[in-house]
Ligand binder design. Structure first.
Ligand SMILES: Cc1cc2nc3c(=O)[nH]c(=O)nc-3n(C[C@H](O)[C@H](O)[C@H](O)COP(=O)(O)OP(=O)(O)OC[C@H]3O[C@@H](n4cnc5c(N)ncnc54)[C@H](O)[C@@H]3O)c2cc1C
Length: 438
């Protein structure tokens, strides 16, 4: 059997590993360690916050290695997951299908989404136990005719304890993350190497020969017949660059800004994150207790239980790049849309009797990077860019043509499933087997 290396175990990597194992001998290489939920008491950390020790968001990794934080030159905080499950393990479990633009390009992922709905439980079951403050926010949005929608979530949310710790790793394992797919792949015989960073892909004569990996005691070359890059929107372009393949400067990140106020005993920090959303053309709004701002932003020095916050998640302009540093700034258009989001949140709070003067903002951050090797109509059937050797594929958010401004996990999984099908078909054609229908 031919060998395949899958780089990354997040949304895309775990999907591809699960789909390809048994057709290939799959080895998943993951830079992070096996995921462990955050293990400290948030209440104790809230006390420690008063010491003024929490200065830089990047320090989070010392307490929670699965959360990797970096900053752009313009001080936007970028968050991604590093460990088994990738960013899905620190996600809030939101499950929206966001493939309208892909469909417009002739990419029909209906079959893949159907598979996903048979494999991942998705529901809005959490809404039966919403806290009073969530209901009040929902009613305010309804009264303003904003058409708020309960957020579909991946997992068994009928058992959600509404502890508010979604992004720290669900303590009850209610939330689905890509470690489930990874486990399926391992059960079928795939190998997993953790704590191992892929530096570059060795390409010789237009063929990918293997990957150069860095483990604790130095670098080695791991050979493979097929390589699938799924290291996420910020790492995949760097690995390609190190391998002599340039991506485009089309990085999007879906910037997030929280608009907050003081509300006695809101207890939003003990609520399921992002219970509902209001969709707008260039952004969405959703209730969200922002721990990054709570710990690191001076404006948020209030007791956690008394902070009430709405997140704006923006569909930003595809402009930005990453090599050693991330270069990403908000365009004038992005700033306009962000201001529209702030105005809408102010209106929602206004409906609840909160004055403009009582509103404060959070730290600009982002966690949905992608777009640097976007699919175009040219690749809508092959899912393979001409700049890549025939036996090297990209399967992660790097392929998404433009910012979704909405949760991307389901769409990334659907794309990764399609990439896997293309690879299987290519493989069976080469091996003279029956064709696999796309
Ligand atoms: C706090 C937060 C909450 C979120 N909540 C949601 C949500 O509710 N719903 C939703 O749809 N989306 C959510 N997202 C976004 C979503 O999780 C990501 O967009 C998605 O997981 C990206 O999938 P991916 O496969 O491209 O990359 P990832 O899931 O990030 O996986 C990439 C993997 O590659 C590994 N890796 C990186 N570099 C290397 C290397 N050099 N060698 C080997 N391995 C490497 C990483 O450690 C990681 O495990 C959230 C993001 C954040 C930050």
């Amino acid at each position: 059997m031919k060998s395949a290396i899958v780089i990354g175990s997040g949304a895309a990597g775990a999907t591809v590993a699960r789909e390809l194992q048994q057709i290939f001998e799959v080895t998943v290489i993951e830079a992070g360690k096996p995921f462990r939920p955050f293990n400290y008491s948030l209440a104790s950390l809230e006390h420690l916050r008063k010491s003024g020790l929490f200065i830089d968001e990047r320090a989070i990794r010392w307490l929670f290695p699965a959360m990797h934080v970096r900053k752009t030159a313009a001080r936007m905080v970028l968050v991604n997951g590093m460990g088994t499950g990738g960013t899905t393990a620190i996600s809030t479990g939101n499950a929206l299908r966001m493939d309208r633009d892909l469909k417009g390009m002739g990419i029909d992922l209906d079959a893949e989404f159907e598979e996903i709905s048979a494999e991942i439980p998705i529901s809005t079951d959490h809404q039966h136990k919403w806290k009073k403050i969530t209901q009040q926010l929902f009613e305010a949005c309804s009264a303003l005719n904003l058409n708020p929608q309960p957020m579909p979530k991946m997992g068994h949310y009928q058992d959600c304890a509404h502890c508010g710790q979604c992004i720290f790793g669900c303590p009850l394992s209610v939330k689905w993350d890509s470690r489930h797919y990874l486990q399926d792949a391992l059960d079928k015989g795939a190998q997993l190497i953790t704590n191992c960073q892929v530096k570059k892909i060795i390409i010789d004569n237009g063929n990918a020969q293997g990957v150069k990996i860095h483990k604790r005691f130095g670098s080695t070359l791991l050979p493979a017949d097929l390589i699938v890059l799924a290291a996420g929107g910020l790492s995949t372009p760097v690995i390609l660059h190190n391998s002599g393949i340039e991506c485009q400067h089309g990085l999007f990140v879906d910037p997030v800004l929280c608009v907050a106020t003081e509300w006695r005993n809101a207890h939003q920090n003990k609520e399921v994150a992002m219970p509902f959303y209001v969709g707008r053309e260039h952004y969405m709004v959703s209730p969200y207790f922002d721990y990054l701002s709570f710990f690191f932003n001076k404006n948020w020095r209030k007791p956690a239980r008394n902070i009430l916050s709405l997140m704006i998640k923006l569909a930003d302009t595809n402009a930005g790049s990453i090599q050693h540093k991330v270069i990403k700034t908000l365009s004038e258009r992005d700033k306009e849309h962000l201001q529209q989001g702030v105005d809408l949140c102010t209106e929602i709070f206004g409906k609840m009797g909160i004055g403009k003067q009582d509103i404060f903002l959070g730290t600009l951050n982002a966690g949905h990077p992608g777009g640097m090797l976007p699919l175009t109509e040219t690749e809508s059937k092959t899912f393979h860019h001409a700049v890549l050797p025939d036996n090297l594929y990209v399967a992660d958010a790097t392929l998404i043509p433009k910012s979704l401004g909405y949760p991307p996990i389901l769409t990334i999984i659907a794309l990764a499933k399609r990439v896997s099908k293309v690879i299987k078909q290519e493989h069976t054609t080469q091996g003279g087997h029956d064709e696999i229908p796309l």
